[in-house]
Design a protein around this ligand. Structure first.
Ligand code: CMC
Length: 392
């Protein structure tokens, strides 16, 4: 009290302690619960990583089976939720549908919203993880006017999501194992990133002791912004624009440097990484694998690689320590899998969910937690006397 630090964007302010994710932005290091992201990407699965983030340790085989089984039990949405999707305009952005649907989930589970009751938190956690893929695929089906598919609980987490998204009723759908593996890995890479904008939002809303549903729904909205999760969508629009304007990558980079119309190189730069984003390195390798499977190569991949090469050799980017971030190549992979651009950020949300839940749970069990309430530096008028409207 009395003394306030002015720190726009919270560049130097830690609002919590956390034992979940470690980042060293200068060295390009990312670890979940101490495990390097490279090792998790190579050996783990998304559900296993979710368990690790939320409960602190890698599960034993029995624990993983029990956890997977519980998630599987909750993949169905209440039938009344379907009508909810019908109400949106067909061109609704799926991120808006997603956040609204997560908020609406809270209306179906009013009996499990006490943030300090372990059993209630546990069931909300599992419901949320199980139902988000179902909601995400329904948001997609809505946008293309196809009927929604019920989950098939014989399938794995990612396979089930792919089938609900791309399958149609009464027709067999073969999940491409390479796509399933790639998507699982991308979800792992997005699973947590300490106190980023959406996670801080989830914590801030949760600090008022709002429910997990209310907090996560707010996180989805934060993630939708183009400077955050929306960047993967923005990268694709940028690449398409470059192609439409004749494919002159160097000319585009000049525009960015001249700050023409405030244009930024989307998918470049990061608040914390002042080195190559370790996730971007993994994604770049994968992009070449997945895109290599396509009958016709995507010309946008070539543009992206040229863009990276030119930027990394240019003093404007070098001196500002701007490197590709996780979103630079993800959009191209999602596109190759058949997702429309509007779904890209939804995929980010599916990945970030266990991180949001883990951070929310950590905060709720931390005795040091207080309601989040930043201070301000007032710059408005000094005291003045009211003038009646007739005299103004
Ligand atoms: N293109 C061109 N210039 C940039 C970029 C960029 N992508 N990013 C930063 N700069 C410049 C910026 O203009 C500033 O220059 P100067 O000092 O001359 O004014 C300097 O670099 C520092 O930038 P900043 O805006 O102070 O950095 P920040 O930490 O506030 O912003 C960022 C971080 C990620 C919002 C920003 O780099 C950006 O807008 N990148 C493009 C959007 C993007 O890819 N976002 C995804 C981030 S990773 C996944 C996620 O978080 O969801």
């Amino acid at each position: 009290t009395g003394y306030v630090t002015y720190d726009p964007g919270f560049v130097n302010t830690a609002a919590c302690t956390s034992a979940i994710t470690y980042i060293d932005g200068d060295e390009g290091i990312l670890r979940y619960r101490g495990y390097p992201i490279e090792q998790l990407a190579e050996h783990s699965t998304f559900l296993e990583v979710s368990y690790l983030l939320m409960y602190g340790e890698l599960p034993t085989a029995a624990q993983l089976e029990e956890f997977t089984g519980r998630v599987r039990l909750h993949t169905l949405l209440h039938e009344d939720m379907k009508r909810f999707f019908e109400g949106f305009p067909r061109d609704a952005h799926p991120m808006a549908v997603l956040s609204a649907a997560v908020s609406a989930l809270g209306t179906f589970y009013q009996d499990s919203q006490d943030p300090f009751d372990n059993e209630q938190v546990e069931i909300s956690t599992v419901r949320m993880l199980a139902k988000l893929p179902t909601i995400a695929s329904y948001a997609y089906k809505k946008s293309i006017g196809q009927p929604m598919l019920y989950p098939d609980n014989n399938l794995g987490y990612v396979e089930n999501f792919l089938r609900m998204t791309f399958g149609v009723p009464a027709t067999d759908y073969e999940v491409d194992p390479v796509f399933a593996k790639a998507l699982d890995l991308l979800l792992i890479l997005h699973a947590d990133h300490e106190q980023n904008c959406s996670t801080s939002t989830v914590r801030l809303v949760g600090s008022a002791q709002a429910s997990l549903f209310a907090s996560v729904s707010s996180g989805v909205n934060a993630l939708s912004g183009p400077l955050h999760g929306g960047a993967n969508e923005a990268v694709l629009s940028m690449l398409e624009r470059i192609r439409a304007e004749g494919g002159d990558v160097a000319a585009f980079v000049r525009k960015v440097k001249d700050r023409e119309d405030g244009v930024r190189l989307m998918g470049f730069g990061h608040r914390v990484y002042k080195n190559y984003d370790p996730r971007a390195a993994i994604v770049k390798n994968m992009a070449q694998d997945v895109l290599g499977r396509m009958a016709k190569p995507d010309p946008l991949l070539d543009l992206a690689m040229q863009l990276e090469e030119i930027a990394l050799a240019d003093d404007f980017f070098v001196s500002r320590k701007l490197y590709p971030n996780v979103d630079f190549y993800t959009g191209l992979i999602y596109k190759a899998m058949g997702f429309p651009t509007k779904m890209f950020t939804v995929l980010f949300a599916l990945g970030r969910l266990p991180g949001w839940i883990a951070q929310w749970r950590e905060m709720m069990s931390d005795p040091a937690t207080k309601i989040g309430r930043p201070r301000q530096v007032y710059t408005g008028a000094p005291e003045r006397n009211f003038i009646p409207v007739t005299d103004r």
